[in-house]
Design a protein around this ligand. Structure first.
Ligand SMILES: *[C@@H]1O[C@H](CO)[C@@H](O)[C@H](O)[C@H]1NC(C)=O
Ligand SMILES: *[C@@H]1O[C@H](CO)[C@@H](O)[C@H](O)[C@H]1NC(C)=O
Length: 212
């Protein structure tokens, strides 16, 4: 098992003319049941301005697996965050067990990226100070996209379950991250698991979450 893609955001302009489902997924997960070159879920963010700061929080249960914003898991205890093609790697103590609650944030003015794994802060790293994530992002979970909604590679597909995915256009305080981790909802304004706009493609199913 090598690099595991958890979530990739490709900054390519998309035409959001299709009608997408908008659903409260509380207590549910997307299940990616097999390795494939095509199974994925496209998430439509509520975002109409360049992104200077963000916090992204989600849970996943694995297995697990160019980009403007990409989160990889290299191995237990090691994650990589890419912003605008540059990356930082962070290492920390992580129980081998799944599931995992993962949170990352980034602030343009300082370039500081923070990481929280299972509610515990990991070491901070810096990258892309002054950068902004531009355009209307297309966010895909389950696959790495090398072009808009395509160029997937089976060996980089994600197998497992993902839930509770929320994204804010600001860096949440440690207190808010802790309470979000403990289950309270702090109005996510880019992606909201309780009001998620998404499109499932190929073999992805929604099931009640069984591991919380
Ligand atoms: C991003 O965060 C910085 C400080 O943390 C703040 O000054 C700036 O206004 C924020 N940008 C946006 C677009 O919210
Ligand atoms: C869900 O999001 C849409 C905007 O995309 C908004 O119009 C609607 O009020 C939201 N629903 C709830 C229950 O928050």
């Amino acid at each position: 098992m090598d690099r595991l893609l958890l979530l990739g955001m490709s900054i390519l302009i998309s035409l959001l003319s299709e009608a997408f489902a908008q659903t409260d997924l509380t207590g549910k997960v997307f299940v990616f049941p097999r390795e494939s070159q095509s199974d994925h879920v496209k998430l439509i963010p509520h975002l109409d301005k360049p992104l200077e700061n963000f916090t992204l929080l989600f849970s996943y249960n694995t297995l697990g697996r160019d980009n403007e914003l990409l989160i990889y898991k290299n191995r237990v205890g090691e994650y990589q965050l890419y912003i605008g093609q540059l990356e930082v790697t962070v290492q920390g103590v992580e129980d081998f067990a799944s599931p995992v609650h993962f949170c990352t944030s980034w602030e343009s003015s300082s370039g500081i990226a923070e990481f929280w794994v299972n509610g515990k802060p990991w070491v901070k790293k810096g990258l892309q100070m002054g950068y902004t994530v531009k355009g209307q992002p297309s966010i895909v979970i389950g696959q790495e996209q090398d072009s808009y909604g395509g160029s997937f590679d089976q060996s980089q597909s994600f197998m497992g379950e993902i839930g509770d995915l929320n994204m804010w256009d600001s860096v949440l305080t440690p207190e808010k991250i802790k309470s979000a981790y403990q289950g309270s909802t702090i109005d996510p304004n880019i992606l909201n698991w309780q009001n998620l706009t998404y499109e499932m493609n190929d073999y992805v199913v929604i099931r009640p979450c069984t591991w919380h």
